[in-house]
Ligand binder design. Structure first.
Ligand code: SAM
Length: 247
């Protein structure tokens, strides 16, 4: 899978993503990352990429032309007939979530547009963008961190990026549940013991314990997720007995 990122800070993207699991996946050629410096497409001799907002108001707005030229260059080199998926990361976009990451991981390539200043001239957004995505209800200075967050989450869902041991299938948000608590050695730390059942070697009991703790954690931190969770018979009984007021 190939990620293109249109940005004013290409080094931030490369440095931030070329580590750990993603770095390994890039070295193995499973995912590819290409940054595109929007400033390289400015026709201005000072390489300006922004201008004052029409109608007045604070700050600057990223101009349409350098972004459109950058996009045209990516499309030309991409050598495909289908329209590429272009994601503008923005606080007013649809909230990003795990199902979106999974769906996007099925694409051959994705193009990200990182905004700065007060945002981007609406006309270029209308011309090239297919998806508007937010990583949360707060305002960051630029789109680089949101693009990196999304690329990390999407890459984890691309087959071959995670090893079997790192499998994404048991992680939080799988089946709308949060992950159960995890423990590693030593067995006792600061007078706190690892739950007995995890030392028992009884895989059935361990699976049951984990399913129940997932329910507990989801109900404590994200109860609204529970509505979409599909529970096996035993876990559903546990949920009913502990969280639903019915006989
Ligand atoms: N004036 C814009 C508004 O009120 O919606 C905010 C612009 S913000 C300072 C600059 C850029 O950062 C945005 O164009 C966007 O690309 C990115 N950005 C900031 N917060 C974000 C968020 N929560 N999710 C995704 N992108 C974000």
């Amino acid at each position: 899978m190939k990620f293109h990122v249109m940005t004013l800070f290409p080094d931030m993207i490369s440095a931030g993503l070329h580590t750990s699991i993603l770095g390994r996946a890039m070295d193995a050629g499973i995912i590819e990352l290409k940054t595109h410096d929007i400033r390289d497409y400015s026709k201005d001799k000072h390489r300006h990429v922004d201008d004052y907002p029409y109608g007045g108001g604070a700050g600057m707005v990223m101009s349409a032309e350098p972004i459109a030229a950058c996009y045209a260059d990516i499309c030309e080199k991409r050598m495909r007939r289908d329209r590429p998926r272009v994601i503008y990361v923005t606080p007013w976009g649809k909230p990003f979530h795990q199902e979106m990451a999974k769906e996007m991981a099925e694409m051959d390539d994705l193009i990200f547009l990182c905004g700065h200043y007060e945002g981007v001239d609406e006309r270029v957004l209308e011309s090239i963008v297919t998806d508007y995505v937010s990583i949360g209800d707060y305002v960051l200075s630029g789109g680089e961190l949101p693009a990196m967050v999304m690329i990390d989450a999407i890459s984890r869902m691309v087959p071959g990026v995670l090893t079997n041991e790192e499998s994404g299938m048991t992680e939080s948000f799988e089946n709308n549940l949060l992950e159960y608590p995890q423990y590693t050695r030593p067995e006792e730390w600061n007078e706190r013991k690892v739950p007995e059942v995890l030392l028992s070697g009884n895989h059935k009991k361990i699976a049951e314990w984990r399913a129940e703790r997932s329910v507990d954690r989801t109900m404590k931190y994200r109860p609204e997720l529970m509505e979409g969770a599909v529970l096996d018979k035993k876990t559903a009984k546990y949920y009913r007995e502990h969280y639903v007021n019915e006989k």
